[in-house]
Design a protein around this ligand. Sequence first.
Ligand code: DGL
Length: 260
Amino acid sequence: MDANAPILFFDSGVGGLSVLAEARCQLPKAPIVYAADSAGFPYGTKTEAELAARVPALLGRLVERYHPRLAVIACNTASTIALAHVRAALEIPVVGTVPAIKPAAELSRTRVIGVLGTEATVRQPYVDDLTARFAADCEVLRHGSAELVQLAETKLAGQPVDAAAITAAVGPLADRNDMDVVVLACTHFPLLADELRAALPQAVQVDGAAGIARRIAFLTDGQQWPVQPPEGIAVFTGASPSPILAQALAAYGLNRIHHL
Ligand code: DGL
């Protein structure tokens, strides 16, 4: 394994940064390529067929260009729909992001948990399956929101996020005082953790980032890393990031901007 081979993170936008941040803590020397499919954003309002075709094709192009040692689909929507297709198309290990229903069910005392994701994620059979396996004795409240995804992008772009818009976006979950755990089942949502805590004060938040970071560390155990990691690369499929977003990316170690 080439010590300079990067780990590739993939999302529709900035959401995967919440996963990258955890992974960087575990693997500070790993070279990073972070790809945002900004031309395809948002994923949560797309059909299964669109994403099952788009995501593996894009990852194939990214792998050809950057030769990563491992790919992380840092997006619940893409993972719950296209993970099997991506694994079939690539020869490297692929780590997916799926709703953290298992740890949520382990934590809940009231046995009422929320699953807050995109509209596409919350309707997936993958979620039915996780619920049946790990939370069969829980009431699982699913809520999909495209607005929250956009609000996370707005925040990273340096614009103010309106608390009333967050409250409106969490919809009926806000009225469930018996919901003691909420799964942030979209990687954009941990970027709004404080805002969501204010809108849903009754619920502890759970997401998959720490588990994914542990999985990456496990899969790369014993591999070589560069002594000094190179600057991280952010790849966009659409328009260039604004200067403020570029600054936010730099805070995650992504100092170079590429286009696909
Ligand atoms: N970050 C994504 C997820 O985890 C997708 C958001 C979107 O593009 O709708 O589901």
